[in-house]
Structures are given as C-alpha cells and as structure tokens.
Design a binder for this molecule. Structure first.
Ligand code: HMG
Ligand code: MG
Length: 298
C-alpha cells in the first residue's frame, strides 16, 4: 500500500547551495526560499550554522535568517555542535538538525570526529534544543555506501540510527549521501530498522540520484511506510565532503511521480519548476532535473 500524502522536506537552499562553487548572495537565497514556500513546500531547510571555513557557501546564516521572518513554512537549520545551536537560538530558530555518519571515514571528513565523538557532541545539542521547545532531526549519512569504505553493513546503520533516536531526535533521515543505493538495499535497511523497533513514522529518506535510482528507492521506501521524503529543488547539490556525490533527488521529479500516483504533496509543480529555472539562470547552468527540463523545454 502507498500513503495518501507525502511530506516533502525541501533541502535545496541548504544541501543544494552548500555544494555550489559560487557563493549565492543572501538576498537571492531569501528570494529562493520565499518562492519555494509560495510553491507550497511546507518544510524548507534554510541554512547551516556550521564553521564558516568548512562551508563558506552558508557563512551568511546570521544575515539570511532575519530576512525570512515572514516566510510561511517551517525553516529548520543544521547545527553540528553547541556553538552552532547558540547561534541558531540567538536568532529565534527552534527547529534544528544534527548530522551523524554511519561510517568512521565520513564522520572524520565531515565533522573531524569519530562516530562516538560526534554523538557525544550532539547529545547536549539535542537536549538543549528540546528544552528550548524545538524539534530535532537527526541525519544519518552513508547509510548504503561510503566512498572510502564501500558498502555499509545494514546492522552498522541500525546501530547508529538507534543511538541518534536514543539521544532524543524526533525524526531520523536516512542519507544515501553518494547515491549508490538500489531498491533491494533500501528494503533490507527499512526491514532491519523495523525489526530493531524503530517506528517507520519517525523515518525520512534522503536519496541522491548518482546512478538514477533515487525515485525507485523512494517508491520502495513509500511501500515500506515512509511518508517523509527529502528532495532538492532542481536537483541542486551533492556534498562538499564526499566528492563522488552528485545531486539530490530533484523535488520536481518527486512531485511528478507522486502526482502520477495520486499522492498529494501540496506543491504547485508549475511554480516550483519556474523557481528552479530562475535559480538555474542565476547559477549559470541548466537544472539537472529531468522534470524541470521537460516542463520548461530548457
Ligand atoms: P573543528 O575544527 O573540529 O572545530 O570542526 P572545533 O570544535 O575544534 O572548533 C574550532 C573553532 O571553530 C573554534 O574557534 C570554534 O569556536 C569554531 P576558535 O576557538 O578556534 O576561534 N566553531 C564554530 N564557529 C561557528 N559555528 C560553529 C562552530 N563550531 C566550532 N558551529 C565542526 C568541527 C563540526 C565545527 C566542523 O567540522 C564543521 O563545521 N563541519 C560541518 C560540515 C558540514 O556542514 N557538512 C555538510 C553537511 S552534512 C551533509 O550535507 C549530509 C546531509 O545532507 C545528508 C546526506 O546527504 O547524507 C545532511
Ligand atoms: Mg544530500
């Protein structure tokens, strides 16, 4: 059975723009987020409060967030540590995400920590964000394959998933950071998480389209009961600390499939496509999304 409704967790302004060589001005980012909200997206990840030297593309978070006060959408942000949380709380942000790795190699590359050390770093972040009345998403990267370690064992992913939920994360987003997952692997991981007692209602999936499998993987996840799907407008983004990662699943491709299945998303595909065409013009190259290209004759 398939769900009646899917919540799209839009990551373009964060996961997309963090991977662009050019630094997009805050005014353009704000306009991008306003347009995404106007197209009907209700959760839009706005930026990250990480070290500005690690991700210079998002170093303007303090400038950007106050420009978004009137945007009618939830605008969560990434925070790696208490310093990041303090910055977010100071701006009145209450919805945050921490980001862990299922593998040691990526934990080191992305967070300069072991998996254990990064979970220790997140513990007070999750606790304090919840005390402040916020909700916390936990990302788990490299749930399927890792550029240094190859295929990632399912039980290793289940173990770190459990630990993120035990820290108090409300939601867990399973990341195929380099886009190597296939539907059988997705089914195996979701089955194993279910057997480990993880409620499917707390799971989201985050696919990259490196091998063209992102939609097949998404459909597999929907059949397993997942109803929150991450996607990036126009297919923007990869990950700066995982070189083989290409774009995220494009939001337009996802909406096209869901509409065809009669699953409601609340998104106006025409407005969304126009937004990605506008952003592509700003970035100076066409959107990699097949749906954007088809609908806009780019
Ligand atoms: P570190 O060098 O170990 O930091 O980096 P540290 O804790 O040793 O601190 C060093 C200095 O940085 C200190 O300053 C801190 O104050 C400062 P000093 O005392 O030397 O003057 N500092 C900060 N400044 C501003 N904001 C902060 C902050 N934290 C420390 N938050 C750290 C550790 C975690 C900070 C670093 O590794 C980092 O910022 N990493 C972020 C990397 C990142 O954003 N990656 C992309 C997101 S993950 C992703 O895209 C995957 C995902 O999309 C899902 C998927 O596809 O799989 C989520
Ligand atoms: Mg991603």
């Amino acid at each position: 059975a398939l769900p009646d409704r899917v919540r799209i967790h839009e990551v373009g302004p964060r996961d997309g723009l963090q991977n662009e060589k050019a630094v997009v001005p805050a005014e353009i980012k704000a306009e991008f987020i306003r347009r995404l909200a106007a197209s009907g997206l209700s959760v839009i990840e706005a930026t990250s409060f990480v070290h500005p030297k690690w991700v210079p593309q998002l170093a303007d978070a303090e400038q950007l967030m106050p420009m978004l006060a009137d945007v009618p959408a939830r605008l969560p942000v990434l925070v790696p540590n208490e310093r990041g949380l303090d910055r977010a709380l100071a701006l009145g942000v209450r919805e945050v995400a921490v980001f862990a790795s299922a593998t040691e190699s990526f934990a080191k590359a992305n967070l300069n920590r072991t998996v254990d050390e990064s979970l220790e770093m997140f513990a007070p972040v999750v606790a304090r964000a919840r005390e402040a009345g916020g909700s916390v998403r936990g990302y788990l990267s490299m749930c399927f394959g890792d550029p240094w370690e190859g295929a990632v064992p399912v039980d290793q992913v289940v173990r770190v998933s459990r630990r993120l939920l035990d820290l108090g994360c409300d939601e867990l987003s399973l990341g195929d950071t380099i886009g190597v997952a296939t539907p059988g692997h997705v089914a195996a991981l979701l089955t194993a998480l279910g057997e480990a007692g993880v409620p499917v209602g707390r799971l989201a999936v985050h696919f990259h389209d490196t091998y063209g499998q992102a939609l097949s993987n998404t459909l597999t996840a929907l059949r397993h009961g997942v109803t929150t799907v991450d996607a990036s407008a126009g297919g923007l983004g990869g990950c700066p600390y995982a070189k083989s990662a290409t774009g995220n699943l494009a939001t337009e491709d996802l909406v096209w499939m869901l509409e065809g299945l009669g699953i409601s998303t609340g998104v106006d595909l025409g407005l969304l496509t126009a937004t990605s065409v506008w952003m592509a013009a700003h970035l100076g190259r066409p959107s990699p999304s097949r749906t954007v290209r088809a609908l806009s004759h780019q």
